[in-house]
Design a protein around this ligand. Structure first.
Ligand SMILES: Nc1ncnc2c1ncn2[C@@H]1O[C@H](COP(=O)(O)OP(=O)(O)O)[C@@H](O)[C@H]1O
Ligand SMILES: [Mg+2]
Length: 139
C-alpha cells in the first residue's frame, strides 16, 4: 500500500476503508488502528466505512461523548474509542481492559498517555485538503 493517498471523495474513503479491512483481517490481534488528524479530517467517516465492511450491522455513531463503543461480528470484537475529550491524566485502564484479542480503533491517540512502541499498530493520519478531498498517510 502507498504511504500517502489522496481521497477525492467519500467513495474514495470508502474504498480505502475496504483495503484496510483486508489488512486487519490478516493481522494478529490485538491490533490498534490509530487515527489522527484535525476535527473534520474524516476519522469517524473512515471508521463507519471500515465497520460496515467488517460486517457491523448496527448504526455506527461517533463515541465522542461515550468515549468508547464496542461491536461484535461473529468472534471478532471491535472497539471504537474517541479520546478527543481525554488527556494524558485520564484513567483509561477500564478501556484497555477491553482491548485484548480485539481490533481497537482509536481517534486522537495522542491524547492518551500510552507508549505505542510495543503494540501492533496501523497509524493513519488524515488531513483536510479541500471540502471533498482528504489525504491519508499510512504508517
Ligand atoms: N473524502 C472525504 N473523506 C472523508 N470525509 C469527507 C470527505 N470529503 C468530505 N468529508 C466530510 O468531512 C467530514 C469528516 O467528519 P468526521 O469523519 O466526523 O471527522 P473526524 O472524525 O476526523 O473529526 C464529514 O462531514 C464528511 O462528510
Ligand atoms: Mg471523529
Amino acid at each position: 500500500m502507498h504511504k500517502t493517498r489522496i481521497l477525492n471523495n467519500l467513495k474514495a474513503t470508502s474504498d480505502f476503508a475496504k483495503e484496510i479491512v483486508e489488512l486487519i483481517l490478516k493481522a494478529d490481534k490485538p491490533l490498534y488502528l490509530l487515527l489522527s488528524g484535525d476535527l473534520g479530517a474524516g476519522k469517524t467517516t473512515f471508521t463507519k466505512q471500515l465497520l460496515l465492511n467488517l460486517g457491523v450491522k448496527q448504526n455506527v455513531t461517533s463515541p465522542t461523548f461515550v468515549i468508547m463503543n464496542q461491536y461484535q461480528v461473529n468472534d471478532l470484537v471491535i472497539n471504537h474509542m474517541d479520546a478527543y475529550r481525554l488527556d494524558k491524566t485520564s484513567d483509561v485502564e477500564m478501556y484497555f481492559d477491553e482491548f485484548d484479542e480485539a481490533i481497537n480503533i482509536i481517534e486522537w491517540p495522542g491524547n492518551l498517555n500510552v507508549d505505542w512502541t510495543n503494540f501492533k499498530t496501523i497509524k493513519l493520519c488524515f488531513k483536510i485538503i479541500d471540502e471533498d478531498t482528504r489525504q491519508v498517510e499510512v504508517n
